[in-house]
Write a protein that binds this ligand. Structure first.
Ligand code: NAD
Length: 329
């Protein structure tokens, strides 16, 4: 039976962590109901389906759905073997406008996260959206606190995340090598924004594992469109709507095109897409395998025509982004 065959999802090294992560990672923010209300049992089943199809990397945060994402993901992960999965969560962001990167808060935060995830340790702990604090606090206080948690065995590796690309250099230029293992960037390596490309040589030089999140630009590159809270400027939203319509007119899925295009560069270890249903898992795994040429696409011709058209539509808004965090960052 097909289900008994070994999964063909490729894995790539996550920087110098010694971990191998699936090219497609499970973004668990939808499990917190961030995009729409979810069926929790279906979400738990989606976690198992993902693992069965070769996905071993799971990313969450206490911020997603006000801790709900961690709780639902924890139920899903309880079905799996601990040594076969790589689990990432975050500290420092606890609400839309609630940030606390103090040593005390992040130390308490990891214990709460582990309880919700039903785990004794996480493979990766990340400072969540660091542009919302003074970056010197990350360098001088938060990262040292996470190193202490690492020494206690509660976390294995340390990462930083955020939207503006310059935050990564600021921190990485100021900490000893080996302090930070991964950089998670989001909405900057998609069909409408490839700006992460310019930072990849620097991150590779530093030996960092690069995580590209929000391959669908947080729902912008879907047929249902983005959630109400999506921060994109209007021209970008309009272009994305037009791109979705152009793909649909050719019978092609825009999310599929976006995933197929993203996964090609081996300089990026893993790409996080948010899922909460088994069907999305299957569709997105197929998109990765076809994008990498592991298996043929049954609609290759229509897809390349649609891709050319979508790229033309998105050309005028390429790289258009939005502000995030403190003005100084
Ligand atoms: P995304 O770009 O992955 O889009 C998610 C949306 O697309 C959801 O509404 C989902 O239901 C929908 N979707 C997924 N597959 C689909 C398909 N095949 N067809 C139609 N719709 C589909 O956005 P995201 O969830 O924000 O990003 C992925 C993950 O990356 C997050 O869940 C999170 O784990 C991580 N992330 C981290 C940060 C950070 O640390 N600062 C920021 C953004 C994202």
């Amino acid at each position: 039976a097909a289900s008994a065959a070994a999964p063909r999802m490729p894995r790539r090294p996550l920087g110098q962590t010694g971990l191998e992560v699936s090219v497609l990672g499970f973004g668990a923010s939808p499990l917190g109901g961030v995009f729409q209300a979810i069926d929790e049992d279906e979400g738990v089943a989606a976690v198992k389906e993902a693992f069965d199809l070769g996905i071993n990397f799971f990313d969450t945060s206490p911020y997603y759905g006000d801790t709900k994402s961690e709780t639902v993901l924890g139920r899903g992960l309880a079905q799996l073997l601990r040594d076969q999965i790589v689990v990432a969560t975050k500290v420092g962001r606890y609400g839309a406008n609630t940030f606390d990167f103090s040593a005390e808060r992040v130390t308490a935060g990891i214990r709460d996260s582990l309880a919700r995830l039903q785990l004794e340790y996480v493979d990766l702990i990340q400072c969540h959206d660091i542009e919302f604090t003074h970056l010197d606090q990350i360098v001088n206080e938060t990262l040292p606190a996470l190193l202490a948690l690492k020494a206690q065995g509660l976390v294995r590796h340390i990462g930083i995340t955020g939207l503006p690309l310059k935050i990564f250099r600021y921190v990485l230029d100021r900490v000893p090598a080996g302090t930070v293992d991964t950089a998670l960037s989001y909405c900057h390596y998609t069909l409408n924004d490839r700006s992460l490309e310019t930072l990849l040589p620097y991150l590779q030089d530093k030996g960092l594992g690069v995580i590209n999140a929000s391959v669908l630009s947080m729902g912008l590159l879907t047929h249902q469109g983005p959630p109400e809270w999506h921060p994109a400027p209007k021209p970008l939203k309009q272009a994305a709507t037009a791109a979705a319509a152009a793909a649909a007119a050719r019978g092609v899925s825009l999310p599929k095109l976006a995933i197929m295009e993203a996964v090609k560069d081996p300089a990026i270890a893993t790409h996080l897409v948010g899922f909460c249903t088994r069907q999305q898992v299957r569709d997105n795994v197929a998109a990765v395998l076809q994008g990498l040429g592991v298996e043929p696409s049954p609609a290759a011709e229509a897809e390349s025509a649609a891709l050319a058209e979508v790229q033309r539509i998105l050309e005028p808004v390429q790289g258009l982004t939005w502000s995030s965090g403190l003005p100084e960052n």
